[in-house]
Design a binder for this molecule. Structure first.
Ligand code: IVH
Length: 685
């Protein structure tokens, strides 16, 4: 009987066997999920897995979080926490043609002041979800989504379940800190398998592999993620720190090789092109191979291979100047418009939607396409019965590009907009200066009610888990609720009486509603669904006025003082809070127990940057000048447009010109990108 008191009692042979099992299981995971080429039958995999489990049960000290047996062990989490990226996660500029690519190469060489050809690293552009994984002392520590590029969501519990994410790095000299970036995708075969299973069970299939991957990563319960066949393919390094000095990596292609040595999956299709013409050849070859690849790609990414050249080139706003994604041409197909339906949105907007003969385009079956508004219908000159060209590129929603007028049948019909709302019969009104028609029914209209409630429950609003569209529709249709506040009067019995809603789901909804009661002021304001008030505006309103009361009491002028709020948005906010029905709903929501932590209102002059004057010039990695300005102003700073003796700090990014020279002449303190990052982190802390 082994003792469990520590490493000393652990026989060396057992330790070695466990280590071998770790690496064998990691290898076979990769073969199965990534290469789609299992080398051993499932039964053999199970044998290895259960042998390791048995060893760990005898010697629990071996059961580290890095063990392959622990991938699905974590408990569900209650909410995603935020992760501030160590370095911003940038995005890529797109090229759509060879001439765009030639122009990119020309820009690169001009900036490098070089007549020589530039070497590019080439790799597929995976159609998945960007993620970052951080290792501390060789062990997986944190994983996050890209989010807005600066702050993402903590998805460590889910990334651990992905077989191709090493839990531990396979090298002797692991960095003390390593940040790896890459894409999580679902291979085509896995996607087809889970969709087959979903259909067999009577569940709704996923639209495409990208959605399935994204949904898989955004699960609170890692056991659900573990059932999705996901792959993490590394495509770059973020921050790396070693305990001792190392020979630096000089190129992107060497970095990919290094990542592979560390145990990451790296694209097998990667290559190095000696110049832009070789990039073209690579593009053509991969485009040919695209359909046969085991995963979806939507283009090719080309990156200047040498890091010293990348550094010289820098970046503009959110995209590096040294990389570009050449997208495959949008995929287009022909189909016919069977009829046009008018959908009523949250704010009463009436949107014509073309119902199409289903057509497979860009990897999905499309049967609806929005026609947006009357202007668009007129622009296209579209009729019911027409043959149309439909386009879908990447993850962009399908679009009707044009009508094939020559194929118009004699039975075609002109599209007429309804005079009354198709949902509630109220008059349809035309607002001057708007192309959109609106239902005048307000919350009398069931469609508007449903949309308002859906919005209230959505992820960025109160995030009521489990309360899907179908349940909301039934609740409204059966007159159980007519506004978001009444959600909190629902009980389990009422929910269980709805079609296809089991007792357990009803209980989950009740507890999700209970949890949703604790929120933040910005989320609450966003959840109210005020026209044109998105997440950013709701946030600005909350941090400008600090309390709901102050927002609802604000005058039009006061509202216009809020960052990014112009006269139109100010009017919508003002009208919302001066309408009796809305005031009542807000009161009922508060009475139902919705609360949020107070936003600390700094005493006059106590904001951390009060009385400081900044000027911002140039461009910055991962953040725009306007965003920096908004953050500084929130902290009481004054941000001026030009440098003067009164300026205390100049924040100077890439391409800073005369302002920088003037500030230097005046001896003003200059903050560069690194100082800015430190300042922003300090303000966030
Ligand atoms: S590199 C600074 N490489 O494309 C460069 N991105 O539009 C940052 N993507 O959000 C990205 N495959 O998720 C890079 N081989 C690849 C990629 C790739 C897919 C995604 C990535 C990013 C988006 C940028």
């Amino acid at each position: 009987m082994p003792s469990h008191t520590g490493d000393s009692s652990l026989p060396a042979a057992i330790r070695e066997e466990a280590a071998q099992l770790h690496s064998l299981l990691h290898h076979h995971n990769k073969q199965y999920y990534v290469e789609d080429a299992p080398e051993i039958p499932d039964s053999e995999y199970d044998r290895l897995f259960y042998r390791l489990k048995a060893i760990e049960s005898d010697y629990p000290q071996l059961m580290t979080p890095q063990s392959p047996t622990q991938r699905v062990g974590a408990q569900p989490i209650s909410a995603f926490k935020q992760v501030v990226h160590l370095k911003p996660m940038l995005s890529l500029d797109n090229a759509f043609s060879d001439s765009d690519m030639q122009a990119f190469d020309k820009r690169v060489r001009e900036r490098l002041k070089s007549d020589d050809s530039v070497e590019y690293s080439c790799e597929p552009k995976f159609d998945g979800i960007a993620a970052s994984v951080i290792y501390k002392n060789g062990k997986l520590d944190v994983a996050a989504t890209r989010g807005d590029g600066l702050v993402g969501e903590n998805i460590t519990h889910n990334m651990r379940t992905i077989g191709s994410v090493p839990l531990e790095l396979t090298c002797d000299n692991a960095p003390v800190l390593l940040e790896v970036r890459g894409e999580v995708y679902m291979p085509k075969a896995g996607f087809e398998r889970i969709n087959r299973q979903a259909i067999e069970k009577g569940d709704k299939p996923f639209v495409n592999p990208r959605n399935a991957a994204s949904g898989g990563l955004r699960q609170l319960d890692p056991k659900i993620t573990a059932k999705r066949p996901l792959v993490f393919c590394a495509y770059s390094l973020g921050v790396v720190e070693y305990a001792s000095e190392q020979t630096p990596l000089l190129t992107h292609s060497d970095t990919l090789n290094y990542l592979e040595e560390l145990g990451f999956v790296v694209s097998k299709e990667r290559s190095v092109a000696i110049n832009i013409d070789a990039c073209h050849i690579y593009y053509e070859q991969l485009a040919q191979k695209r359909a046969a690849l085991p995963y979806e790609i939507d283009g090719i990414v080309f990156k200047v291979n040498r890091f010293d050249l990348q550094d010289t080139l820098g970046f503009v706003s959110r995209a590096p100047r040294w990389a570009i994604a050449q997208k495959f041409p949008a995929q287009e197909e022909l189909t016919t418009v069977n009829h046009v339906e008018f959908q009523v949105g949250r704010t009463g907007s009436i949107t014509p939607v073309a119902k199409l003969a289903p057509v497979f385009v860009g990897g999905v079956t499309v049967s609806n396409a929005t026609l947006h508004n009357r202007d668009e219908v007129n622009r296209l000159g579209i009729c019911i019965g027409d043959t149309v060209i439909i386009r879908r590129a990447g993850d962009v929603i399908p679009q009707i590009v044009s009508v094939v007028v020559g194929k118009r049948p004699s039975t075609s019909q002109v599209i007429t907009f309804p005079a009354s709302c198709p949902e509630c019969g109220s008059d349809v009104v035309e607002v001057e200066g708007e192309a959109t028609l609106r239902c005048s029914g307000g919350l009398v209209c069931p469609a508007q009610r449903k949309e308002a409630i859906k919005h209230f429950c959505s992820r960025k609003a109160l995030n009521v888990d489990g309360l899907g569209d179908k349940v909301i529709s039934q609740l409204v249709d059966k007159n159980h609720i007519s506004n978001p506040a009444q959600l909190f009067d629902l009980n389990k019995e009422m929910l269980s009486s709805l079609d296809r809603l089991a007792d357990k789901s009803a209980a989950n909804i009740i507890s999700a509603l209970e949890q949703a009661k604790t929120t933040t002021l910005p989320k609450f304001i966003y959840a109210l669904g005020i026209r044109e008030v998105g997440v950013a505006t709701a946030n600005n309103l909350a941090h400008h006025f600090y309390t709901l009361h102050a927002i609802s009491d604000a005058s039009l002028d006061a509202l216009e003082e809020v960052s990014d709020v112009g006269p139109i948005v100010a009017k919508y906010v003002y009208e919302f809070f001066n309408q009796a029905d809305n005031i009542l709903v807000v009161e009922q929501l508060i009475k139902a127990g919705i609360t949020w932590p107070a936003i600390a209102k700094p005493a006059e002059g106590s904001q951390s940057l009060a009385n400081q004057t900044y000027v911002i010039t140039g461009s910055f990695e991962g953040i725009s000048r306007d965003e920096i300005k908004a953050i500084l102003e929130q902290q009481g700073a004054k941000v001026a447009g030009s440098v003067s003796k009164k300026t205390q700090f100049l924040i100077a990014g890439e391409k800073a010109g005369s302002k920088l020279t003037k500030a230097q002449d005046l001896g003003i303190e200059i903050l560069h990108q690194a100082d800015l990052t430190a300042l922003l982190n300090r303000l966030k802390a």
